[in-house]
Write a protein that binds this ligand. Structure first.
Ligand SMILES: CC(=O)N[C@H]1[C@@H](OP(=O)(O)OP(=O)(O)OC[C@H]2O[C@@H](n3ccc(=O)[nH]c3=O)[C@H](O)[C@@H]2O)O[C@H](CO)[C@@H](O)[C@@H]1O
Ligand SMILES: C=C(OP(=O)(O)O)C(=O)O
Length: 435
């Protein structure tokens, strides 16, 4: 079993390089299905387990995918006959595989994709994806754990999303690219990853306008082709290191950090007394001696991102006084907090809000990650804990962070990743136990 072992107490300082965004590259890889002519070349592709999973899905669909990890480049050839079925084996590994549905349906008139099911953070239905595809004229059937969609040619339509779902926006916009006529989608997601996808679709010959606003207008085209694109920076990885710097009284430059993409996080950190400044080389974060408490509510972009919620709660727990976090996007995203009780965190959960009492004297402990951002949050807590913290279930961390421990170590943290046989216990003396 692999573990990350952190010995708390070191300040983070230096410069950190941030990878391309997981949540941008996954739908962009799916978009490559639309390219009947030419190759798609992607740069700044993060080396993550989710990217390997999406590459496997594409290969299963008969696309040729070459991933040069050293160069962070992927080349995709979708010019041969594409198959229309994404099986459970892959979709169950990664919910985001559902975004192959729109491009497959648009290109082939048929898609059969395993129902993704829920995950630890919530039930995560796909009703809005299906409602949108139906509005474009698709016939949807559900049987044997699969969603099957059929359409001779999708027809442009006017769609209103009840909630600005990221995945539904992506699936519908990709499908609409090859529809007959114009599609208008209202109340769409406005995340930077949606803008990145729209930019790629336009480079591929699509006609998408309005990305980043509440309304997308897509004029359908007959055919699309490959394109070149460099994936946008991962604002969540950047935000995670920003929290790490603030938490450890550190001084870290997020190289090429994009302030525009992390405004709500920056604003909350400033409220807590953290110095955040934009420099020509990126975003500099300097942690204060004492953090002030704050109240945060997650919302769709441009609100505070749910994907930064677990990391932010570590900063709030470290602050002097009472802070609250309200999670409005996913119904079950406080599981990291239960693990943190073993590190001495004091809080009460009332429905979707957690009330936290700081400052926390974090104790090192053995904790298990329950999902991707929970994993990052537990490692962050370890950075300021007394003694050793061991974080297990690293398969979640690897979905979204490349070399997390190495980057932290380069910034001065005492952290390593170790592999121990499952029946061996690593006994590390915690300073609070010895004292
Ligand atoms: C690969 C990827 O980009 N993942 C991100 C994407 O996930 P994902 O695209 O799954 O998130 P959505 O925006 O679709 O989901 C947000 C909320 O809407 C609900 N919902 C969604 C679709 C639907 O058809 N019906 C429905 O009820 C979900 O259950 C959830 O409560 O956006 C989330 C919200 O910012 C992020 O946390 C994820 O990191
Ligand atoms: C929830 C996340 O991702 P996914 O939607 O891929 O599960 C995340 O990136 O925090």
């Amino acid at each position: 079993m692999e573990k990350i072992v952190v010995h708390g107490g070191n300040r983070l300082s230096g410069v950190v390089h941030i990878e391309g965004a997981k949540n941008a590259v996954l739908p962009i890889l799916a978009a490559s299905i639309l390219a009947q002519d030419g190759l798609t070349h992607l740069a700044n592709v993060p080396v993550l387990s989710d990217v390997y999973t999406m590459n496997k899905v594409l290969r299963f669909l008969n696309l040729r995918v070459d991933f040069d990890e050293a160069k962070r480049e992927v080349t995709i050839d979708a010019t041969k006959q594409v198959s229309s079925e994404a099986p459970f084996e892959y979709v169950s590994k990664m919910r985001a595989s559902i975004v192959v549905m729109g491009p497959l349906l648009a290109r082939l008139g048929h898609a059969r994709v395993a129902l993704p099911g829920g995950c630890a953070i919530g039930t995560r239905p796909i009703d809005l994806h299906l409602k949108g595809l139906e509005a474009l004229g698709a016939r949807i059937e559900q049987h044997d754990g699969y969603i099957e969609a059929f359409a001779d040619r999708l027809q442009g339509s006017h769609i209103y999303l009840d909630f600005p779902s990221v995945g539904a926006t992506q699936n519908i916009m990709m499908a609409a690219c090859l529809a007959n006529g114009t599609t208008v989608i209202d109340n769409v997601a406005r995340e930077p990853e949606i803008v990145d996808l729209a930019n790629v679709l336009n480079k591929m010959g699509g006609r998408v306008r309005g990305a980043g606003t509440e309304t997308l207008r897509i004029d359908g085209v007959e055919k699309m082709h490959g394109a070149e694109h460099s994936v946008v920076q991962d604002r969540i990885e950047a935000g995670t290191f920003m929290v790490g710097a603030a938490l450890t009284h550190g001084n870290v430059l997020i190289k090429d950090g994009i302030v525009e993409h992390n405004k709500p996080l920056i604003s909350k950190m400033q409220e807590m007394g953290v110095q955040v400044t934009e420099e020509p080389a990126g975003i500099r974060v300097i942690g204060p001696d004492k953090l002030k408490p704050t109240d945060v509510k997650t919302l769709p972009y441009p609100g505070f991102p749910t994907d930064m919620q677990p990391q932010m709660t570590i900063l709030q727990l470290a602050a002097e006084g009472t802070s609250t976090m309200t999670e409005t996007v996913f119904e079950n995203r406080f599981m990291h907090l239960e693990e943190l009780r073993r590190m001495n965190a004091q809080f009460q959960i009332n429905g979707r809000t957690v009330v936290m009492h700081g400052p926390t004297d974090f104790n090192g402990a053995e904790v298990a990650a329950t999902d991707l951002r929970a994993a990052a949050a537990l490692v962050l807590a370890g950075l300021v804990a007394d003694g050793y913290t061991q974080v297990t279930n690293l398969k979640y961390l690897d979905r979204g962070y490349y070399d997390f421990h190495k980057k932290l170590s380069a910034l001065g943290a005492e952290v390593k990743r170790i592999d121990v046989p499952d029946d061996d216990t690593v006994v590390l003396k915690n300073t609070h136990v010895n004292n």
